[in-house]
Ligand binder design. Sequence first.
Ligand code: HEM
Ligand code: HEM
Ligand SMILES: [Fe+2]
Length: 501
Amino acid sequence: MTAIAGKLDSKILNGGQKLAVKYFMVAIVLFVAQVAFGLIAGLQYIFPSLFYEMLDFNVNRMVHINAMVVWMLYGFIGAVYWLVEDESGREVVGLKLGNIAFYVLTAAVTVVVIVYLFVQTGPGTHKTLWLINEGREYIEAPRWADIGIVVVILVFFYNISMTFMKGRWSGISGVLVLDLVALAGIYLCGMFFTTNVSIDQYWWWWVIHLWVEATWEVLVGCIMAWGLMKTLGARRKIVTTWLYIEVGLMFGSGILGLGHHYFWIGTPEYWLSIGGFFSALEPIPLVAMVVHAVYDSGVHRFKSTNHPALAWLIAHAFGNFFGAGVWGFMHTLPQINLYTHGTQWSASHGHLAFFGAYATINIAFFYLAMQKWRGNVWMSAGLADNGWKWKWSLGLLNTGVVGMTIALLIAGYEQSFIERAMGGSTWQAYFEGQMHPWYIQAMQWRVVFGIVTVLGVVLLVWDLLTIGRKEARTAAVLESPDTKESFKPSSTGAAAGASAG
Ligand code: HEM
Ligand code: HEM
Ligand SMILES: [Fe+2]
């Protein structure tokens, strides 16, 4: 498959990758929407009358976090389609159906967002549950869309599992397919309605916690393993061994770690010990992931086929460890969570964890995709414009999110102290906590760093649209030890082994 380096050329992409690029494009649009609505919500903390009764805080917040979940899922689905032909050695099974599913899903997401924006108030009834929204934080989509999402995911699962079935299996694809069963299955737990809030929350956490602390982690473990092979030429045996260790530790701690959300919602008291103990173990697999990435990069002396992608993969390893592991650990013991629960402390952790663990690895795949789409162009050291755009957007995005995280941590610390420890969680103490200068200043700093984050996103989009345009060199070729083993370049033209995937 020949292509001219520096020129966009869809013909160089295999079928799965063509579909992946569509998913990535929608993901980026939703990422932009996410930060735009986040910024408005952040401004409303400082200027409460901003857009009052036009675009209320609750709506902005809902769009902000639902767009986040959806763009990350789009990114993951895209990443899996991106690697499936290469990993299985054959064309995607049922690609036409996969394409239809993409358009159906995207149309549904558009309708859901429009409804969120235009129907902001009103009673909550069975009808609104079906048509407007379900009112479950992060996964608010109304039931008609829920059902649509399940169908689309079934199509996705069919495409992927059948492709591996008819092609070849590997350690990575085995873990991936089993994980997709769990990931999709758990979504069903957030689809039914009960009038008892405790029971409702009990099941809702199965989706949210078991996604981000178990099934999503395993999914990114798989795509990280593949990404390290492609960008660094890491050995398959090594990445697969690490993957098994990480998956074992992740499920071993993350599943019962669920208990850290059952401390105060009316569930039995034994969850205090179970949740505290197992969730405290959750940082261990995250340390393993950092060691793994740093080890692989070091062994290969950071020589990579795609510098921006590798930089974002490393940002993922560290962001996951700090955001999820360290920031999660800080408030996961019930003795501490009693004071921090539901304060800005949680938001501090939420921002660093979602960004650090999941935004980063998606961005790495956007770069892998752009590289190949642009004719498998050079993206190693010494880019035409010195790569200032990707470096600055990497810097701005990480500075912005870390800055917001610190601001929110200060606010959360202050709330835990004044509202909880001193004021004893009374209604009055709640307001005292929020009127304290530390809190107010933290909210202002959050917006300052929010603007830095938005600048980072703008630069990222600009870079993705232009990177490699002025390059005539083709991608660096790595000597992959695996090409000598059983993994040879596949017959479908999917770039295996040495090229950048
Ligand atoms: C990438 C993985 C993770 C992500 C994306 C994530 C994200 C979040 C988010 C968004 C919340 C707020 C939920 C809400 O709206 O109430 C939350 C809560 C929480 N997370 Fe994580 N988290 C991750 C991993 C972890 C880990 C590994 C731990 C423990 C070591 C942890 C401990 C907690 C605790 C204790 C809460 C409850 C906070 C409260 O009581 O208000 N998280 N997480
Ligand atoms: C422009 C930058 C951003 C601003 C100004 C911003 C602002 C906000 C605001 C005001 C909220 C509502 C908090 C509350 O209810 O008290 C929020 C929630 C949230 N945002 Fe952002 N955000 C930004 C970017 C991001 C990014 C990049 C991510 C992750 C990739 C993210 C993830 C979240 C999460 C998970 C929540 C829910 C937290 C919780 O319930 O504890 N945000 N954000
Ligand atoms: Fe959790």
